[in-house]
Write a protein that binds this ligand. Structure first.
Ligand code: AHM
Ligand code: MG
Length: 339
């Protein structure tokens, strides 16, 4: 369990704004930059949410015809989300560097705004393959306190570092409703639901902890013949009716993760013959979700060791991911590394 005690009491219906202001108050050294950064994140999240809801009407369905740094076809909504988060953050004076799954190189902040205290990592639109079928998608983000000298531009050292140095992480899920989940060291994991009529996020999921008896596993079984045989054998054992497991997988990490966070469960995206290092990105997907799951009492490994102990060496590095309830992660990891 994380070493923390929530510092402030909040009732449901508290706005995200008030939550941020009041939690910042318990840090006398706070400069207000974290609150300002989160304001910009929520602004961008509301803009993307609105566009997602109208995607079919706003010309947002389909591909742009381009291929991104990951070798994937870029969707129109990928571009919109990337630009929206970038624009919201680069002129706020709170970030020294932004890195995005959609961009080959770091996004340097223009003068005179680049003196901010934080480096921001993002997968602006996770689950792109689900856009055109109106299924749940999301945005995943991580926030590091800068390491490079203050006063100047950020540098790669602000993001190429161990995952356990994250200050905060979160995601926005654009589903039947829009929910922003934020994890911080002092206040754990909290979910805020957007009331579109009011245009505000309200606290709806206070101090989230993984449900203890998980009975769901999530992975793409279409790749079973490409897995390490030890993983295939373990998944087969999990199907013993006595264990009572169900499988759920939509192919949007954010959606699969959110369901498992609320109900308990295990998500795996292993190494496959096609993606021997896994498909998911360490900086944009694995680090933020590993930070969140640990704050919620769970665990995340790459099949060998703790994700947050990995040191990011490249912006677009990939990793296998095993994430969810602690006991299931331990069981899966042991099975995958058995001699
Ligand atoms: P994206 O960030 O480009 O959308 O890609 C990542 C997505 C994850 O959301 C999801 O878990 C995974 O890719 C699904 O991949 P697959 O179709 O191979 O199962
Ligand atoms: Mg993604």
């Amino acid at each position: 369990m994380p070493d923390r005690a929530p510092t402030t009491q909040f009732e449901e219906g508290t706005t995200l704004d008030r939550f941020l202001q009041e939690t910042a108050r318990s840090h006398p050294e706070a400069t207000g930059q974290f609150v300002a950064l989160m304001h910009q994140v929520t602004l961008a999240a509301k803009m993307v949410s609105s566009r997602v809801n109208r995607a079919g009407l706003a010309g947002m369905i389909g591909q742009t015809g381009q291929v991104n740094i990951q070798g994937e076809f870029v969707m129109k909504l990928d571009v919109y989300a990337n630009e929206t988060f970038k624009r919201a953050l680069e002129h706020a004076g709170v970030c020294c560097l932004i890195v995005s799954e959609e961009e080959a190189d770091p996004i340097h902040i223009p003068e005179p705004f680049r003196t901010g205290r934080y480096a921001f990592t993002m997968d602006p639109l996770d689950g792109s393959s689900n856009i055109d079928v109106n299924a749940t998608i999301g945005t995943i983000f991580g926030i590091f306190r800068r390491k490079s000298p203050t006063g100047g531009p950020g540098a790669l050292e602000d993001v190429l570092r161990p995952g356990h140095e994250l200050t905060a992480a979160g995601y926005v899920i654009y589903g039947s409703g829009t929910i922003l989940v934020l994890a911080t060291r002092d206040n754990g994991v909290n979910g805020f639901t957007l009331d579109p009529a009011v245009g505000e996020f309200f606290l709806s999921h206070r101090d989230l902890q993984l449900a203890p008896s998980a009975r769901t596993y999530s992975l793409n079984e279409g790749y079973a013949r490409q897995w390490d045989p030890r993983l295939a054998a373990w998944i087969d054992r999990l199907k013993d009716p006595a264990r009572g497991f169900s499988q759920r997988y939509i192919g949007s990490l954010v959606a699969d993760f959110h369901r498992n966070l609320l109900k308990g469960g295990l998500f795996i995206y292993p190494a496959t013959a096609k993606s021997p290092r896994g498909k998911l990105r360490l900086l944009y997907e694995a680090f933020p979700l590993a930070f969140i799951v640990e704050q919620a009492g769970g665990a995340a490994t790459d099949g060998r060791g703790r994700i947050l102990d990995r040191v990011a060496e490249g912006l677009h590095e990939r990793t296998p991911l095993v994430i969810g309830n602690r006991d299931l992660v331990a069981e899966a990891t042991a099975a995958m590394s058995a001699e």
